[in-house]
Design a protein around this ligand. Structure first.
Ligand SMILES: *Cc1c(COP(=O)(O)O)cnc(C)c1O
Length: 399
């Protein structure tokens, strides 16, 4: 999955271009920067690679989500429907806008269950935010239909599925807006960074200003810019963009390796009749960054985890059910509204309600699910060795 595994001369060259001029900021300094505009170049490369009309880089994926929400007008009192299995950044962004994250069940795609989304719609619902977890995608046709019916915004958190597609379109480019993260462990990295993608010029213009203190970027210099609305500083630096520029040129190669490695490893797991695999709404669009598989019961899943641990092969296998970062079960800070600063009442009430909301359907899925991260630097021999070891441990645990 992670682009950092194949960091090399290309990244160093791009970063060095920036170091040569010393202009680390993406805006202004037109003379001294000597034609080096890495952030602009990366935004153009993103548009070309993913087929989106507009791309606005940000300082992180979390900043990208926050920016996207601001640009589509999500704020105080608005409800954003999102899945109970995601990364904490998804609800952090909603909360930072003063809006209310409404967490609902996932299905065997590990993403939003359309029926659960429908059931959660209220007059306050403004947006549906699918999170394309672990390299694959949500059922976007079903979610889009719900959005159309209720006049809602579709915002894709595609931070974990860079390069995945749905019915021929890149994930992150299908909703009103979509985001990627380029943090250190994502499919391609800037070190830290993110992007908002949209085909809507008005959303893009707002995102562009929002990430830079509301500057309209229309003045002859920064001092002459107007500020049509409030913003923040969510700018990416030229150094980070330079890394991303080298990485995006290698992305197709990363994706091809991922697919190859994933399918070899999968062929071992397929030999165990009790194992089933994650539902992929468009199987041809999987980015293959993870191999996600299910066991018949929680007890058997826990046995497999123990067997993997004993065999020294647990690293890279994620049992999200017991993980602090990705599943609601362990998000006590959210469920008890443990905020450093006073939250608004509607937010607080919604957070506290999560403690006695049942996520039974998600629990049943997550407690039997393991995701295996796919490395770009495995040799074929290593994958076969890994597969054979997994097979031994699986047979033992399931006997
Ligand atoms: C990584 C990630 C983010 C946020 O990205 P950062 O760049 O680390 O802020 C958001 N959503 C999901 C699903 C992620 O995996």
């Amino acid at each position: 999955m992670p682009g950092y595994e194949l960091f090399g001369a290309e990244e160093k060259k791009e970063v060095n271009d920036v170091l040569e001029t010393g202009i680390l900021m993406r805006y202004g300094f037109d003379g001294p920067r000597k034609g080096i505009w890495k952030s602009k170049e990366l935004e153009q490369a993103i548009c070309a690679q993913f087929g989106t009309k507009h791309a606005q880089l940000t300082s992180s994926g979390t900043a990208a989500l926050t920016t996207a929400m601001a640009a589509v007008g999500i704020g105080a009192g608005d409800e954003v429907i999102m899945p109970a299995f995601t990364f904490v950044a998804s609800f952090e962004a909603v909360l930072s806008m003063g809006a209310i994250p409404v967490l609902v069940d996932i299905d065997s795609s590990l993403t939003l269950a359309p029926a659960a989304v429908k059931a959660a719609i209220t007059p306050q619902t403004k947006c549906i935010m699918p999170v394309h977890m672990c390299g694959s995608m949500a059922d976007l046709d079903a979610l889009k239909a719900i959005c159309d019916e209720h006049n809602l915004i579709l915002l894709e958190d595609a931070c974990q599925s860079i390069g995945g597609t749905y019915k021929g379109k890149q994930l992150g480019t299908i909703g009103h807006a979509g985001t990627f993260s380029f943090d250190f462990v994502k499919a391609m990295t800037c070190g830290e960074g993110g992007v908002v993608m949209t085909n809507d010029e008005a959303i893009y213009t707002k995102a562009d200003a929002f990430t830079d203190h509301g500057h309209d970027h229309l003045g002859v210099d920064r001092g002459a810019d107007l500020h049509p609305y409030l913003g923040y500083n969510f700018r990416i630096s030229e150094l980070h963009a330079a890394v991303g520029l080298a990485q995006i040129r290698k992305l197709d190669k990363f994706l091809a390796i991922q697919k190859k490695h994933n399918l070899i490893l999968r062929s071992y797991f397929e030999q165990i009749p009790e194992i089933t695999f994650r539902t992929v709404p468009d199987p041809s669009g999987d980015s293959y960054s993870f191999l996600t598989w299910f066991l018949p019961t929680q007890e058997k899943t826990e046995k497999v985890i123990e067997a993997f641990k004993a065999a020294g092969i647990l690293a890279g296998n994620f049992y999200w059910f017991a993980n602090n970062w990705h599943y609601i079960r362990k998000w006590d800070h959210l469920k008890t509204a443990r905020s450093l600063y006073p939250m608004n009442d509607a937010q607080k009430t919604a957070m506290l309600k999560l403690s006695d909301t049942s996520f039974e359907a998600s629990d049943a899925i997550m407690s039997t699910c393991i995701s295996t991260a796919i490395s770009l630097v495995w040799t074929e021999a290593q994958i076969h060795e890994k597969g054979a070891k997994c097979l031994v441990a699986l047979k033992e645990a399931l006997s």
